[in-house]
Each structure stands twice: as C-alpha cells, then as structure tokens.
Unconditional design. Structure first.
Length: 467
C-alpha cells in the first residue's frame, strides 16, 4: 500500500528543512531515482550497517545504538528479500526509503545513522558493492561458457573444416581450433572483468559529500567491514568516480561483441548453404508462415542485443565527459545502463552456453566443403622448402591455381606433368602436400591447428578453469 505524502514528497526528503514550499510534482518525479535504484537496497543496507558500526567505534553513537540500528536494518533487508517492503511516494531514492523505514522500526535513533555521511559517498559505495557482486556473477557465467567450449572442442578434435578470411575459404583448420578461438576471447573478457574488480575494490564511504568525514571515522576498518581491499585516496574523486561503471560497460560491450561474432559464425554455419552445424530445437524457433523453418533466433538476438551493450557504454561516456569536479546529479544516469548491461549479459550467457553445449556438428558437411584451393599455401610451402623464395613460390602457385580454374578442375586433379610444366621443383612427393590432414598437421606450432597443438591448447584452457 503506497501512502500519500505532501505534494511533491518534500516532507520526507532528507534535505527538506531548507525549503518552505512544495516541489513541483513533475520535478519530483523527474528528480527521483527510486524507480530504478531500488535494486541497490541490499548493498545500501550492507553499507549502512557497516557505517553504524563505524560510528560506534568512533564513539559518535553508543554500541547499544549501533546494535539497534543494525537490527533494524536487518529487518529492512528481510522485507526487501521477501517482497514485503512498501515503497512510498515520498521515497526519493533507495537511501531515503531505507532510512524512512528504519525510522518507523527503531524510532528517532535512526536519524543518527546519517551523521557525517552524504548520499554522495553512500551511493558511490553502493555502486561499487553492486559492481563487485555483478562481476563475480558474470565471471562464473563466463566460466560455464568456456567449459562448454572446451568439452565440445575436445569431442570434435578430428573434424576438419575450411577456415575463412574475408568470408572466403582460406586454409583447412580443425573445428576444435575454430571453436577454441572464442575461448580465448572470453578469457580476455574475464581478465577485463578482473581489472574492473581490482579498481572497484576501494571503499569511498567516509568521503562525505566531497570534503571528507568530520567525525573521525576509521575508514580502513570500515572498508574491511564491507570486504573492500582498501579505501579511496581523495574524497572529491571518491564521490564522482564512475570509472568502475564505465569499465564494466566497456567490458560488457566487448564481451557482447565476442558473443555476437560467435553468433554470426553459428548463424552462417547452421544455414543450408554451409550445414556445418545444427542448433538444437530448444534454441531455435519456427516461422509463422513457412512450416519448414528452424530459425536461429537465439543467436540473432545475441547479435542484436550487443547493440544495446555498446549503446550503454556510449550513453554513460557522453554523460560524464563534461562533468566538473566532485558529485553532480548527472551521475544518477549511471544506474540504468549499468543494470541493463548486467541484466543483458546474465540473459545472454546461459543461452549461448546452452547453444554451444547442445550444438550438433556435421562432419560430412565440413569435409565436403574442403576445396582443393585451400591447399594453395601448402603448395607454396612445398616450393619454399626446396629453396625457392616464398614470393616467387606464391607467384608459381598462383599460376597453378589459374590453370586449374581454366580447366575447371581442382588442384589435386592437375597431373604431375601439369605442375612440372610450371616449375621443375614439383616432384613425385607433391601428393603429400595436397592433403588436408597434412596441411593442418604441418601447423604444429603453439596456437596452430595440428592435433598435438590443439590438444596442448585444450590443456592450457582447462588449466585456466582449474580443471
């Protein structure tokens, strides 16, 4: 039940004492953030309980008062958890709502909780705690996707397929090698998230509005109480720093781009023209008019939602680019893109994991797509190993490719005499170079497509996941 307040809700505002009249109702709605920052309730309450204990340690309130405050805040947290917390029209933001409810539960002592604290350092703390929790959840989801990639790559290590550059057939590769390329993209995403965690892991609480805390709060003990690694070093920077949000949005945009690239490959490879893979039914949808269709909507939505991830980053960068020092109300705009990016990624990652885990690979189609001209580089390597400079070898093989095209045949269908007419370096062992298996096995360097190299890659990938 939402209770009525005065026009505009100023009577319950933390700052209402300085004003004599009512806030315009549209201005109140425009200014309020409770519609989206209510999801910060639990971290806001965590910060408030720690701050109550910090006030007691500084002898600003008694330990009994701190206990009353902490117990009351625990009750408020339980109401948010079980869905019984009732927001009211006078709740300007989550901080106001929590403090208002705390006052209803414990009485006037609730008013002591805000001693020396500003909503500026309070929200900065909330955002950092929220980011740290979100990063941990995203990292876990990324590891699940990486594990699915490893399992699927290991199961199909002997499947060969064309590798592409410019979407043109280039050289033969192992299916496992192609799939593992996304493992390493995701690993870099995890590393970026770890960087966000490292830089977000400093407590701004105790910075006050901008100038610091006037009550001798032990900021190091406060940070430790909240699980932070340390404290912020400058109070003005502390209340205005949203780098951790920008970094998370940036990491989310890059992660989304990686997921979109995987989605694009799968959309192509699942098409009738390629047929390399088949998406499980539970990750496709049908057509309202064409009964035969199995549309890869899961992957198309992954590709599409990447646009909003990129947009969220751009949105906040534009917001903060011209802000003066310290806190400004513009920073209220950080939460919606932050929440949307986290929500979007938490929606995408399990779906992509499911698609990869249930993906059906079609070796007969990948094998059929291995065209002779994929071995052109191997022919050049054959000549180079006989002492010919690579540029000259490249030119000679180009003539071989042209001859095959003119005759309408593949490179393997040209005779030894045909090759000998172009270069005397071609000998009877040429057939060994014109093998897809020989081609991939020749790439035996670390990161290459030979079987041994891919197996080593799998082992390094498993080690990163602790498997």
């Amino acid at each position: 039940m939402v209770a009525a307040t005065d026009s505009g809700g100023r009577a319950g505002a933390l700052w209402g004492g300085r004003y004599s009249g009512a806030t315009d109702e549209q201005m109140w709605a425009f200014n309020a953030s409770i519609g989206f920052d209510a999801r910060l309730a639990q971290v806001d309450i965590r910060g408030s309980m720690a701050y109550a204990r910090a006030l007691a340690r500084a002898s600003i309130i008694s330990h009994d008062e701190a206990s009353i405050l902490v117990e009351g805040l625990q009750h408020v947290a339980a109401e948010f958890s079980d869905g019984t917390f009732a927001l009211r029209s006078g709740d300007e933001d989550i901080h106001t709502a929590v403090e208002r409810r705390l006052g209803e539960l414990v009485g006037p002592v609730a008013g002591k909780l805000h001693t020396g604290r500003s909503r500026n350092d309070q929200v900065a703390t909330d955002v950092r705690l929220y980011v740290l929790d979100a990063v941990a959840a995203l990292d876990a989801a990324l590891q699940s996707l990486q594990a699915a990639i490893i399992d699927h790559a290991a199961a199909h290590i002997d499947v060969l397929m064309p590798g592409y550059t410019h979407l043109q057939p280039a050289q033969p590769v192992r299916f496992a090698h192609w799939l593992l390329s996304f493992f390493w993209m995701l690993q870099r995403d995890r590393e970026r998230l770890a960087g966000v965690r490292q830089r977000a892991n400093a407590c701004p609480l105790g910075a006050g509005a901008l100038a610091g805390n006037a009550y001798g709060i032990d900021r190091a003990a406060l940070a430790a109480d909240l699980g932070f690694a340390g404290v912020t070093e400058n109070s003005m920077d502390a209340v205005s720093d949203r780098d951790m949000v920008l970094e998370l949005l940036g990491a989310g945009a890059i992660l989304g781009t990686h997921l979109s690239r995987l989605a694009e490959d799968l959309i192509l490879y699942a098409s009738a023209e390629f047929g390399f893979v088949r998406l499980a039914e539970q990750y496709t949808t049908g057509s309202s008019i064409m009964p035969q269709k199995r549309n890869p909507d899961s992957m198309e939505l992954v590709r599409g939602k990447t646009g909003r991830l990129v947009g969220n980053l751009t949105r906040l960068l534009v917001t903060v680019k011209g802000l003066p020092s310290s806190y400004d109300k513009d920073l209220q705009e950080d939460k919606e893109p932050l929440f949307d990016t986290i929500d979007t990624l938490q929606l995408l990652l399990p779906v992509v994991t499911g698609v990869v885990a249930t993906l059906e690979v079609c070796p007969e189609r990948t094998s059929a797509a291995l065209r002779d001209d994929l071995l052109a580089t191997d022919l050049a390597d054959y000549l180079t190993r006989r002492g010919l400079p690579f540029r000259e070898a490249h030119h000679i093989v180009g003539r071989c490719v042209l001859l095959a095209e003119e005759r309408g045949v593949g490179l393997t269908e040209l005779t030894l005499a045909d090759y000998g007419g172009i270069s005397s370096l071609f000998e009877a062992d040429l057939s060994e170079a014109l093998s897809f298996e020989s081609s991939v096995e020749a790439r035996a360097v670390r990161g290459g497509t030979s079987r041994a190299a891919v197996l080593e890659q799998l082992e390094r990938a498993r080690a990163l996941l602790g498997n």
